[in-house]
Design a binder for this molecule. Structure first.
Ligand code: AHR
Length: 501
């Protein structure tokens, strides 16, 4: 069956938001140490920041970076991470059974954000800590001067306030694994109280309440309802987290992961809007999808140390991503964009080494995983407005999600430049997918670029430090545009981008 798509710039979902292209740096494994930070590395600058990694971060096109966790934040004592490095204590990190040396901390992170040209998104500890410490870290970061903690920041070398706008009120507090895990009522009340007080210090904040850790949580839905019932007025966004992986050889379901993400988003939106109705509010709560990715959680790479072994920066969660994983990542971005009316921020978890598009070797090179490509290209070329586009396509049966569409797609329209970008996936494992696109209403006359990522010979191919380039986006051949009508064929199990102008 031929897939038929109509692109009409009149049908706008909402703007492409730069914050959709956020990522995440947690003190976990080698994300920070020997990831973004490695003093002594040949590419390190005077602060120990790896320039090779910074270059790739810029090429990836990430907008916001969530920090410092993740599960790590639920035991984090922020004050240990600032001040003279030689005086900073080493601490146990209970989340990842590791030792945190605190040689890279809050102020280093803020300098790194400046160099990477990204916006920080700070998470506060609502696991082992509460209101007072939340106010302390906010005073340290955002108050210009004249108080104990703002002056401490200044004497630590950060003269200007950090003025961090986005704050996560804890992390995954619905998860029993979380240090300081809470019930929805306990957390909702705590989040409301903390948010209210934080806004007294700084009225310019955007605050994210914890939603569910994934849509399979037994409390999913009810958690959001209770938390928002307690904290509706006080917060702006509710978080969503999800990780997908191919399980028991069920590639068909895995390739349809975005179907699950679509449903997850719709469920959170419906729940938030039902609280809005019940509480008779005008304001809408939007979603911060601040952890999403492919993560093979059952693999040995994800095993944390045990017993008396509390290493510094062990190799943890260093998943290697194959071509199918990259197709899924590209498709998840399509899902996030399609929901740009309600998904106002998102973070690919994570940035370097830990379930990441960028890998490094200590003392060695930095290189791109397969998942780097769809993210970088979507971030660079999704511009202007996201359009709602009807996609008439075939379907196939999956174990997990029943009947699902074969082809999925989203389009963006940059009115000023007169350009349209189409992002597509073909989920068929073996068949290529012919696609016909009606672009008459868009007024485009030429194909600016057409690329695809696939490897029909071996979809399990993954990059290594020795070979990270032999499977990369290549030209999508056979794309034709005449009289506002485009035809193309998507290779089996592929992600593609077609730009028109
Ligand atoms: O990103 C890895 C972990 O996944 C994070 O620390 C946690 O928030 C989530 O469960």
């Amino acid at each position: 069956t031929t897939t038929r798509i109509t692109v009409d710039p009149a049908f706008v979902v909402g703007p492409v938001r730069r914050r959709t292209f956020g990522s995440f740096v947690e003190h976990l494994g080698r994300c920070v140490y020997t990831g973004i930070y490695e003093p002594g590395h040949e590419s390190a600058d005077e602060q120990g920041f790896r320039q090779d990694v910074l270059e790739l971060v810029r090429e990836l096109g990430v907008s916001t970076i969530r920090y410092p966790g993740g599960n790590f934040v639920s035991g984090f004592r922020w004050e240990d991470s600032v001040g003279p490095v030689e005086q900073r204590p080493r601490r146990l990190d209970l989340a990842w059974h590791s030792t945190e040396p605190n040689t890279f901390g809050l102020d280093e992170f803020m300098s790194w954000c400046g160099k990477a040209d990204v916006e920080p998104m700070m998470a506060i500890n609502l696991g082992t800590r509460g209101l007072e410490e939340a106010l302390d870290i906010l005073e340290y970061c955002n108050v210009p001067s004249g108080t104990k903690l703002s002056e401490e920041r200044i004497s630590n070398g950060a003269v200007e306030p950090h003025r961090i706008r986005m704050w996560c009120l804890g992390n995954e507090m619905d998860g029993p694994w979380q240090v300081g895990h809470k019930s929805a009522e306990e957390y909702g009340r705590e989040a409301a109280k903390v948010a209210r007080a934080m806004r007294m210090v700084d009225s310019n904040l955007e605050l994210v309440a914890c939603g569910s850790s994934n849509s399979e949580m037994p409390t999913f839905g009810e958690w959001e309802r209770v938390v928002l019932s307690e904290a509706y007025d006080e917060v702006d966004l509710i978080s969503a987290h999800v990780y997908y992986f191919e399980e028991n050889g069920d590639l068909g379901s895995f390739l349809a992961s975005a179907v699950n993400m679509d449903n997850f988003i719709d469920g959170v939106v419906a729940t938030a809007d039902s609280v809005r109705t019940a509480q008779k509010k005008d304001k809408r709560i939007n979603i911060s999808f601040d952890e999403w990715n492919v993560w093979y959680q059952k693999r040995v790479e994800s095993k944390v140390p045990e017993g008396d072994d509390w290493p510094v920066a062990p190799r943890l969660l260093e998943d290697l991503y194959n071509v199918a994983d990259a197709v899924v990542v590209g498709n998840l971005l399509i899902s996030l964009l399609r929901h740009t009316d309600r998904v106002h921020a998102a973070s690919l978890a994570q940035l370097v080494n830990v379930i990441a598009p960028i890998m490094t070797e200590p003392g060695g090179p930095a290189w791109k995983q397969t998942t780097f490509h769809p993210f970088a290209l979507t971030s660079r070329y999704a511009r202007g407005n996201v359009l709602t586009i009807p996609v008439q396509t075939g379907s196939y049966h999956t174990e997990k999600y029943g009947e699902v569409p074969l082809v999925d797609a989203v389009a963006t329209h940059d009115e000023e430049a007169g350009e349209v970008a189409l992002f597509l996936v073909n989920r068929s494992i073996a068949e290529s997918a012919p696609v016909e696109v009606d672009l008459k209403a868009a007024g485009v006359t030429s194909v600016l670029e057409a690329v695809e990522l696939s490897n029909p010979d071996d979809h399990e191919w993954h990059a290594t430090q020795e070979d990270s380039t032999s499977v990369a986006p290549k030209e999508l051949t056979g794309v034709e545009l005449a009289d506002g009508h485009l035809s193309a064929a998507l290779p089996p199990m592929s992600w593609a981008m077609i730009r028109l102008g």
